[in-house]
Write a protein that binds this ligand. Structure first.
Ligand SMILES: C[S@@+](CC[C@H](N)C(=O)[O-])C[C@H]1O[C@@H](n2cnc3c(N)ncnc32)[C@H](O)[C@@H]1O
Length: 259
């Protein structure tokens, strides 16, 4: 069977199972299997594909049509231009979460630059030279690592999650992206002992009753990462109620001034 025939068949199999973006996904699966780029598929479309590879491709298509997310099969997801390992123990970082990271970066640019050190003047008193950020519910570490890699000024980032398995993934992602992040296993603030200049979080936020209605691939992500309680806001409430105790004194004063 030729490469273009195999690809055509892959697209057909996915289409029959109502998989969204079947064309792209069939291509990406084949690229992953062959260890080649999308350009390679175009240029070498007449290449003869051996039976073993064909069987392997159909088995990957099977996993996809059974609801396994593409990113769990390939083990990769891009976020803020960085490559992250993902597996069944972590939520696949979503493009819209990049908005949160960008907002933090913008905030630091405006409030922590040389011309406006006032907000962080306490840093000197605390004998540290960079703001400290806590990423609660870090999962794959996508937010924490992107902040370390993209913030205009040096930042110290602590990232926590209740899931030991998720933290193992975050650890690998820190190494993969050469990012220094302190990882802490904690049920929200339970074992957090430090104070921070900023707390960021993308916690679970799906309403419990809505989860069974989500697409199969989302349902295959860890429910621990999805379930935000009856109205989806459990984590926001808990974080809101406790955050003050974990923010530096000066930061609390700043927040009060803005309320
Ligand atoms: C929506 S995912 C977000 C992951 C990552 N921050 C992102 O944006 O891709 C929520 C994360 O919260 C973690 N989590 C769930 N309950 C928690 C708890 N009680 N304390 C800390 N982390 C928790 C899950 O393990 C999961 O990794």
């Amino acid at each position: 069977m030729k490469l273009n025939e195999l690809l055509k068949d892959g697209i057909y199999v996915l289409k029959e199972s109502n998989i969204e973006e079947c064309n792209l996904k069939a291509r990406l699966l084949l690229c992953y299997l062959l260890g080649q780029s999308k350009e390679y598929l175009m240029i070498n479309d007449a290449e003869e594909i051996d039976t073993e590879t064909q069987i392997a491709y159909y088995s990957l298509l099977d996993r996809l049509t059974s609801g396994e997310p593409l990113q769990y099969i390939t083990g990769h997801q891009e976020f803020m231009g960085l490559d992250f390992l993902v597996n069944k123990n972590v939520l696949i970082p979503q493009p819209d979460t990049e908005i949160l990271v960008q907002a933090v970066i913008k905030y630091l640019e405006h409030n922590c630059g040389k011309e406006n050190v006032k907000l962080f003047e306490n840093l000197e008193k605390r004998k540290i030279n960079k703001p400290k950020i806590l990423d609660l519910c870090t999962g794959s570490g996508a937010i924490a690592i992107s902040l370390v890699k993209n913030c205009p000024n040096d930042v110290e980032v602590v990232a926590s999650d209740v899931s030991h398995e998720a933290l193992k993934v975050a650890q690998i992602n820190c190494k993969k992206n050469s990012a220094k992040v302190k990882l802490v296993e904690s049920n929200l603030f339970e074992t957090i002992e430090e104070k921070f200049d900023m707390i960021v979080s993308n916690p679970p936020y799906i309403e419990t009753d809505v989860i069974p209605e989500l697409s199969m691939d989302v349902q295959n992500e860890p429910h621990l990462a999805l379930d935000g309680g009856k109205d989806g806001l459990d984590f926001y409430r808990k974080i809101g109620e406790n955050a003050k105790k974990y923010l530096t004194k000066e930061r609390n004063a700043f927040l009060r001034n803005r309320l």
